[in-house]
Write a protein that binds this ligand. Structure first.
Ligand code: FEO
Ligand code: CA
Ligand code: CA
Ligand code: CA
Length: 664
């Protein structure tokens, strides 16, 4: 998540992205400020608020018997402590190795990383910046190999001030005046994705340099195809692409998924931030307004006219999609699957429904935006991979309406049905998909507290929705599914499809946990009382389910507003039995990073996690470091800790020192 205020910002608060910047807030202290101030003195207050802590867990979890404390955890490890410092921390008996870092050579002939002599040509052959989603496809394909596979990794965005020397800051903001075309092209090459062959030999994981599978998808040069109902529509045509079917690159790819047929799907999230200028195209006015175009986070539009909406008002319509790539074929063309809608896509986790159709769960990560699912028309064929390759081109996109009675209705976004008609600006299914948000508005979908990863559990058939926070929800906007005003720390909703049918139009839902520190009453956290001192977390972002059906959560507290004073990390979270709603802390990232991934090998002996934007977020709050990081003066030089190396976003593999299954 990009967090800095930008020189190029030309729209202001109403159009800022999903994250919060302190500059957008009232100067009046809010309840949140009070809580945040108290977090800085948690130890002092912990005792004083002991009575409040009882209040804090009032709610469903409070009904759980204290006997829960004696119940047996499904996660066997000793938890680590909250905190923040220059490096990462794993539970005792576990280790974390760096598998690959920003700049590491990936393609045959790629040069070694040289931070003082970066070029776009080098970056296009090296591992990209800000690794986020991590998928694993076993090799050989069709096997369950836990020692050999392909990692599919998103590179979400770039932190110029930490990547490049000499940019510095002006009044606390990144100084973009120094951004040249050369630097911008490096940034574009650092965005996108990587396919990386990895192997475990004698218990040690490494990536395979020069593997024929290794691939970079970049914003600078990778040609992609627009497919599905919106492909070729006039509103996708630009001067560079009169066909409306070809586009160079993907941007701000956050989370994603691996499909049942072993392709890598990736969500384009905050695409609006890459555009500058003022569009004069009246046909796109509602559209650009609803998505916050042009966000002006980057200087790309100075040198690449397609990012200037005054010149190319339809270019933003070619972003905000789910992109599907076949990692087994390094020459394949990635496909933007328009049937899955256009919004600020977080992830795209999927499963095969019991009737053979494939269901993809999708979050639109912005305050007051929506939860979606896509159900294919066709059925998955486990014996014919080729027959599955275009399943995502036809099906039905649904948006969620949460009812106070504990049910959630899935409403289809279909041209001609209900209000999705020409009178409301929709002349085809293509337009319903291009303006998915406006279509969902008309259907009365439930505005959520920033839907992030949506993770089905294939063992239990439950679905977990990460709702990371929402600074702007007013008390009168609180509803059953989004129960806190000015929700700083987020919550997790559990969905239950009837009879394990993910094609059903109505599910049940309930809140699994309300996040934040339960020892501070004002936080309003709800956890199982068995949750230990470090078992609580804030701002759930990504989730994974291991092959035993256990849920693991990673967090992204962002910078400033939502921080608790402790680092992001990985937590185990019980979902069944007396301990349901009990957290336990497994791993912690270095200062300023968020925790992405996570992904288990098929035997649960390795957990891949992505350490994103190390040294960036919240470092001003870090003891002894009273300024935001730059290339020259970062809060940490993790993971290399060399004076001539900047901090580097890195992909880690976590394993048990005895080689056993994680959490057992
Ligand atoms: Fe890129 Fe929604 O986090
Ligand atoms: Ca994030
Ligand atoms: Ca995310
Ligand atoms: Ca996930």
């Amino acid at each position: 998540m990009k967090t800095d205020n930008r020189e190029f910002s030309n729209k202001g608060e109403a159009f800022e992205a999903s994250d919060d910047t302190p500059t957008n807030r009232s100067t009046e202290p809010t309840l949140g400020d009070v809580i945040n101030a108290r977090f800085g003195r948690r130890d002092v207050l912990r005792g004083a608020l002991a009575v409040g802590a009882v209040t804090a867990v009032a709610g469903p979890a409070a009904l759980i018997s204290q006997a829960a404390k004696a119940a047996t955890s499904r996660y066997v490890f000793d938890e680590i402590s909250h905190g923040a410092d220059e490096t990462h921390h794993t539970a005792p008996g576990y280790s974390a190795d760096v598998l690959i870092r920003w700049g590491d050579p990936l393609l045959p002939g790629a040069p070694a990383f040289d931070p003082m002599n970066q070029t776009a040509a080098a970056q296009e052959q090296q591992f990209g910046y800000n690794n986020d989603y991590v998928g694993y496809v076993p090799l050989p394909f069709g096997s369950n190999s836990a020692d050999h596979g392909l990692l599919c990794v998103n590179h979400e965005y770039t932190n110029e001030e930490i990547m490049f020397p000499g940019l510095g800051r002006q009044d606390g903001d990144v100084d973009f005046a120094g951004m040249t075309k050369e630097l911008i092209d490096i940034e574009m090459a650092a965005h996108g994705g990587s396919i990386v062959e990895i192997r475990r030999d004698n218990g040690k994981w490494a990536y395979v340099k020069d593997s024929p599978f290794n691939r970079r998808l970049t914003m600078l040069s990778t040609e992609m195809e627009l497919t599905g109902p919106a492909a070729g529509h006039d509103r996708l045509k630009t001067s560079a692409d009169p066909s409306g079917t070809r586009v160079i690159g993907m941007i701000n790819n956050c989370a994603g998924g691996i499909t049942p047929w072993g392709t890598y799907v990736s969500g384009e999230e905050n695409f609006h931030g890459y555009f500058v200028g003022e569009s004069t195209d009246a046909a796109e006015e509602r559209n650009h307004g609803r998505y916050g175009v042009a966000g002006g986070w980057y200087a790309w539009g100075r040198f690449h006219k397609r990012f200037d909406v005054a010149q190319e008002p339809r270019e933003p319509n070619r972003f905000g999609w789910v992109v599907e790539t076949d990692p087994l074929d390094p020459n394949s063309t990635p496909k933007k699957r328009t049937a899955l809608g256009r919004f600020k896509h977080e992830g795209a986790e999927s499963l095969v429904n019991k009737d053979g159709r494939v269901v993809v769960y999708l979050g639109d990560d912005q305050r007051f935006d929506y939860l979606y699912k896509f159900v294919t028309d066709g059925r998955y064929d486990p014996n014919d991979r080729a027959a599955n390759m275009d399943l995502l081109d036809s099906g039905t996109l649904f948006v969620a309406k949460f009812n106070d009675d504990g049910t959630v209705a899935w409403m289809p976004l279909v041209f001609g049905a209900g209000p999705l008609t020409p009178e409301n600006g929709f002349n085809s299914q293509a337009e319903v998909l291009i303006e998915t948000r406006s279509a969902a508005d008309l259907l009365g979908a439930t505005p959520m507290d920033r839907p992030e990863d949506v993770q089905p559990n294939e063992v239990t058939n439950k679905v977990y929705v990460m709702l990371t926070n929402n600074s702007r929800r007013e008390p009168e906007q609180v509803d059953a599914a989004n129960p806190r005003a000015e929700s700083r720390f987020g919550h997790i909703v559990e969905l239950t499809p009837p009879d394990d049918d993910h094609g059903a139009l109505t599910y049940d839902w309930e809140i699994l946990v309300q996040c934040g520190d339960p020892s501070v009453a004002e936080v309003g956290a709800v956890w199982n009382p068995a949750t230990t001192e470090n078992g609580w977390f804030a701002a759930p972002d990504n989730a994974a389910v291991d092959h035993q059906g256990r849920l693991w959560i990673t967090t992204d507290q962002g910078s400033g507003w939502g921080r608790t004073g402790t680092a992001d990390g990985v937590w185990a979270l019980e979902t069944e039995g007396e301990l349901r709603g009990t957290g336990k802390m497994f791993f912690r990232v270095p200062i300023g990073a968020e925790m992405c991934g996570p992904r288990f090998t098929p035997d649960d002996t390795a957990l891949f996690v992505a350490v994103q934007h190390v040294a960036a977020d919240g470092t001003k709050d870090y003891a002894g470091f009273e300024r935001a990081s730059t290339f020259e003066d970062p809060a940490t030089r993790w993971p290399d800790f060399q004076d001539d190396m900047p901090p580097r976003p890195s992909l880690l593999v976590i394993f048990k020192d005895d080689g056993g299954m994680i959490g057992t």
